[in-house]
Design a protein around this ligand. Structure first.
Ligand code: ZN
Ligand code: ZN
Length: 410
């Protein structure tokens, strides 16, 4: 039971103590840095005296699903197949959410460890990630629990490995647009650590706070203070902690406080005529209130794909475009699966976002100046450990989290 496992070509040692891995959604490294500097994370500050504080990169597109699945599989989207929150399914020609495990091309670390006898607990904020992360776990084994805060009152033994998970947490089910949705995860996690004591626990929050509040601001600090308190409880229960983010987050507004949008579909319609290009924004999900479906990454399908190279070059000249690639170039640059991206891949500069056309983005729900992610500029993430961890390379990624925590900690 204790021999190392090979998962997707990487070898992992068995956890020596329960490992709690946390993916803090949208946690640009400055959030923890500022909260520590302001005295809001006393446990984490102390933890880092004997622990490890590294930095790494997320995968691009710096969105939630591709990165959570990269962390969970230890490999980039080229291998696991989840290239966005949303994509154009070439089989159906429909734009669909990438929430279905049928899009997953590899197993997860959780599945492999579970098959080798480990106890696994996974708690996510939104239900959209739960099925992907929990794929392949046998809930009838009594060794696997996986649910979301959002649907904690609907869990069953057959689907989630736990009957009425909500019953553990003495709080109402929070709104999907709240900080409490993330707090619920930690509250449930601490209780599961006590009652179920998993070998591996994976907790994945929502970036509701980070989309609205910059690092070091009072509400952001309050959110990080909340997490600090729960991390201390895990530590007190003898668990090791490994913390990262699915991606960072940056301000994306102009001097007037309006979202600084480059409407790519409008631009390409102007260049090529109507219906020659179809812009897909892989940030799109049903929960658009906090970002208006605006991020720093887009892919474009062309009717005439022989124009891809010429258009990629031309787009590079457009103000607000940081880089644009043909499918081939972009998939090499970012380790993406060719068949799940369009003919062009476009990333915007730090404070700019890419949209389709003005009519297709409802910005009326944006109450604060836009903060979002998706591009190269938003890929900085923390890699923070309660233990001494030896950095294995010059360039680390969030998907090295389990390798670092299991293989390189002392
Ligand atoms: Zn995210
Ligand atoms: Zn987000």
């Amino acid at each position: 039971m204790n021999s190392p496992l090979t998962v997707n070509g990487r070898e992992y040692a068995w956890p020596r103590q329960p490992l709690v891995a946390v993916c803090i959604d949208g946690s640009q490294p400055e959030y923890i840095e500022e909260a520590i500097a302001g005295g809001h994370m006393p446990f984490t500050q102390k933890m880092l005296e004997s622990g490890t504080d590294l930095r790494g990169q997320s995968v691009v597109p710096s969105f939630t699903n591709p990165n959570n699945l990269s962390i969970a599989t230890g490999v980039p989207p080229k291998v696991h197949g989840i290239s966005g929150n949303f994509f154009l399914d070439p089989e159906s020609g429909q734009e669909v959410m990438m929430n279905d495990p049928k899009f997953l091309r590899t197993g997860t670390l959780f599945q492999s460890f579970h098959e080798a006898g480990a106890k696994i607990a996974i708690v996510t904020a939104k239900d959209k990630l739960r099925r992907l992360l929990g794929h392949g776990l046998d809930y009838t084994s009594g060794r696997a629990i996986c649910f979301s805060s959002e649907k904690a009152n609907e869990t069953t033994l057959a689907e989630n490995g736990i009957e009425n998970a909500h019953g553990m947490v003495a709080k109402p089910i929070p709104s999907v647009y709240s900080a409490e949705l993330s707090e619920f995860i930690f509250d449930a996690g601490v209780k599961l650590m006590r009652s179920f004591r998993p070998d591996l626990m994976y907790l994945s929050t929502t970036d509701y706070i980070q989309h609205k509040h910059a690092p070091g601001t009072p509400i952001a600090n309050q959110f990080y203070a909340m997490m600090d308190h729960y991390w201390e409880e895990f530590h007190a229960q003898g668990a090791a902690l490994a913390l990262t983010a699915d991606h960072g987050m940056n301000a994306k507004f102009n001097q007037a406080g309006e979202p600084d949008v480059l409407y790519l579909q409008s631009l390409l319609d102007e260049w090529l005529g109507a219906k020659q290009a179809r812009v897909i924004l892989p940030i799109t999900d049903p929960y658009v209130v906090h970002h208006g479906a605006l991020g720093s990454f887009a892919t474009v399908y062309l009717v005439d794909s022989t124009k891809a190279h010429e258009l990629a070059v031309r787009l590079t000249e457009v103000e607000g475009v940081e880089a644009s690639y043909t499918n081939m170039e972009g998939c090499v640059a970012f380790d993406l699966p060719n068949d799940r991206l369009g003919d062009l891949i476009v990333v915007s500069t730090t404070n700019k976002v890419l949209g389709t056309t003005p009519e297709r983005h409802d910005l009326s729900q944006l109450k604060e100046p836009l903060r979002s992610h998706g591009g190269v500029c938003d890929r900085q993430v923390p890699l923070v450990f309660s233990q001494q961890v030896e950095a294995t390379g010059v360039l680390l990624h969030n998907y090295d989290l389990f390798d670092l925590a299991l293989n390189h900690a002392s």
